[in-house]
Structure formats: C-alpha cells, structure tokens
Design a protein around this ligand. Sequence first.
Ligand code: DX5
Ligand code: ZN
Length: 216
Amino acid sequence: MEIKLSPSILAADFWRLGDHISEVERAGAPYIHIDVMDGVFVPNLSFGLTVIESIRKHTDIVFDVHLMITRPERFIERFAAAGADIITFHAEATDMAGECIDLIRSCGKRAGIAISPGTAATAVMPYIDTADMILCMTVEPGYGGQKYMKEIEKKVSAIRSEAGEKLDIQVDGGITKDNIIRPVKAGANVIVAGTSVFSGDIQKNIKELTEKCEQL
Ligand code: DX5
Ligand code: ZN
C-alpha cells in the first residue's frame, strides 16, 4: 500500500506556521495532521476552528483533523465547514460513533475513528466497513513528543487482517526515523509525525521519513 505521511502541526512553530506548512507541501507530504484538543477529553488545549479556517485559505493540502474532544458530534459540521478533509474522532469520546461517521460522510468528508492505547481493537471492528480510516494511537493522546508504544502494533495487525487493504490505518505518536518502519510493517499506511518532522530541517526530515518507508 502507498504510505502517506501526515506531519502534525502541533509541533510547528506557530509564529511561522504558514512557512512550515509550505515546507511540508514542498517536501511532498500529502497531508497535514491537525490536533484539536478540548481540555476535557485530553488534559491539554490546542487550537480549533479559527486556525483551520485561516490556513485553509492558503493551501490545498489535505487537512487530516484529529478531534480529541468530548462528544464530537457537536462540532463535526463546523469542522467540515472550516475546511477539514478527513475528520477523525475518538471512539471513547462518544456513544454515537456510527452517527458521527454518517455525519462526516454527509458533509462530503472522509471519516476516521480513533482509539487510545488502552482501548481494544474490538471497539472499532464494527466500523471497518463504514469508516475510511482507523487511527491507533501509539501514545496517550494529549501531548506531542512522547515515546512510541510498540505494543500497539498488535492492534494495527489485527485491524489490518480483518479489514484488508481498502481501509486506511493511521498511527500517531512518537514516530521517528528510527521506528517508522515498525508500524508500517504491522500494517499502518498513514503515519503521523510531529516532533520528528518539525525539529530541525523540515524538508530533510520528511524526505528521510519517506525514504525509510520506501526501503521496505
Ligand atoms: C498527540 C497528538 C499527536 C502528536 C504527535 O495527542 O495526537 O498527533 O502531535 O506528535 P509526536 O510525533 O511528537 O509524538
Ligand atoms: Zn494526532
């Protein structure tokens, strides 16, 4: 499967956000990953609709929006209108997962469903035919710069063997040049990387991460 890199702007320098996104585009990454946190579902705040609306005016890159918010059904239409292309919500954050997927689709967007490290793959198995993407968190959601949890690879493999190749499987958290091959071998094809993209030379980092996957 084609491997897609999704650089997480949580690790960007917000003074230079526009320049950083341009560099991501120039390096050929297909997505940017946009982490929205509400201080309730996760113990941290990030940014939301206003930032997405503002950057949408300047780029056509795919916006891969990761909602770490409680009861995401309240905000899906507004994130779609703000310019999200893929909207991923957490299975743990709602008792309306099926409805959330339908709502995202009815807005003409791609639907993702995420699970935190402690949530079993069985929580998302009912949605592998209706969702476009499953996100297996490889850190506890809430902060960038954490350590990759390799035990999540079992979950990725289980979902991949159940779903076949039609489903995108994303991993998010702690991914670097030194470990990116691991989740890809387990079956993930959309790879989020924050710190390892935005520390130092962005274009060089993206090139190196992409090359590691191509060597497989
Ligand atoms: C964590 C976020 C991640 C994070 C990844 O809650 O969902 O997307 O930005 O950052 P790194 O790659 O630094 O772990
Ligand atoms: Zn994320």
